[in-house]
Ligand binder design. Structure first.
Ligand code: KG4
Ligand code: ZN
Length: 335
């Protein structure tokens, strides 16, 4: 079964064809990230406008790369929540038009469920149940994936998402957007023990909090400025990365130990972070759990992950009519 997946929740306009939820046949991503970087973050209206311009050609390219036409596709899957609403609506309405015109089923996909499904593209043998940390620019959840369309949230951030913390710290350090890759690059030559940064206290055993950590980085910069000095950017980037990766890994591994998880996974844009990957890899192996990490090309937003999850949503009978609306927020465990 071929599913066309369409994604437009942030600054990537993406379309892909995936066969049976596992095999990527084509995967095309157009992005406005360079333009967004001029503003130090995503400007929602610019994102929406670029989606409008790119979405048709991106989808045509995905079909062409697969050597298919719309008639060969079994269903059109689209991210309908959560995300920048003006951006989400472009994808939703485009997918509706395609589905209607071609007489194909329309399958709504939750963005974070899509990030988790990216793991199926990298590891064809992976099946639920598994424990997964989903960390992106907008969300940080520890999720029990009970089945392909059944999720239980064990923990979440009480303030900033992990990716958002990277983005804000990058800005504080004068590093470019997106902050995750630029902080990670700066951290390469830094000493992770140079700055003592706090592990913020948080209510809830598996919850995380990053706003105190972000403020601590800002304080280091302000204190240095007041003394007429400058912070050592690679050292501060490395110290921040070490702390945030440590907090995320500790919470995931605690949840894994408590629940006796046999499979431990990582997903979302922040899953590209090599320090986080290695902490989770080593920690989960010590617990005797199997570790699954997504390939770097499937960590960030893409259409293949939406097509993969779309396959499982479709098989569960979760199709939508043409009244489908986009939503800015929606919990991953929605019914
Ligand atoms: O999943 P994603 O592509 O989009 C959202 O759904 O938000 O995640 C984007 C986030 C950004 O905040 C970006 O800074 C972060 O993922 N990110 C990283 C890395 N690569 C991207 N964070 C840490 N280390 C990275 N290597
Ligand atoms: Zn995402």
């Amino acid at each position: 079964m071929y599913i066309l997946g369409i994604e437009s929740t942030c600054d990537e306009t993406a379309a892909a064809i995936v066969q049976d939820g596992r095999r990527v046949v084509s995967n095309v991503i157009s992005t406005s990230v360079k333009e967004q970087a001029l503003y130090g973050g995503v400007v929602p209206e610019i994102a929406s406008r670029r989606h409008c311009e790119y979405i048709s050609a991106t989808t045509e390219q995905a079909l062409a790369d697969a050597g298919l036409t719309l008639a060969d596709v079994d269903a059109v899957a689209v991210t309908f929540a959560p995300g920048l609403i003006g951006a989400v609506l472009v994808g939703v309405n485009f997918a509706k038009g395609l589905a209607y015109g071609a007489g194909k089923p329309l399958v709504p996909v939750h963005h974070l469920r899509g990030h988790i499904a990216a793991l199926y593209l990298t590891h064809p043998e992976l099946k639920p149940p598994f424990l997964c940390l989903v960390a992106s620019g907008g969300h940080s959840h520890i999720v029990q994936v009970e089945d392909y369309t059944r999720f239980k949230i064990l923990g979440r951030t009480v303030d900033d998402a992990a990716g958002e913390a990277f983005d804000k710290v990058a800005r504080t350090l004068g590093l470019p957007y997106p902050g995750g890759p630029s902080v990670a690059a700066a951290a390469k030559t830094g000493n992770p023990k140079a700055y003592r940064l706090p592990t913020p206290h948080v209510e809830g055993k598996y919850n995380v909090s990053f706003s105190g950590l972000k403020t601590a980085v800002l304080n280091e910069v302000n204190v240095a400025n007041m003394k007429g000095q400058a912070v050592h950017v690679p050292d501060l980037a490395a110290s921040f990365q070490e702390r945030i990766a440590g907090i995320l890994a500790d919470k995931l591994l605690l949840a894994a130990a408590d629940t006796g998880a046999k499979q431990v996974c990582l997903a979302g844009g922040v899953a590209a972070n090599s320090r986080l990957r290695s902490l989770i890899n080593d920690g989960a192996q010590k617990l005797g759990a199997q570790v699954y990490l997504p390939q770097l090309k499937y960590c960030g937003d893409n259409g293949a992950m939406i097509a993969a999850q779309g396959y499982y949503e479709y098989r569960a009978g979760r199709t939508a009519g043409l009244e489908l609306n986009g939503l800015p927020t929606l919990p991953i465990d929605y019914e």
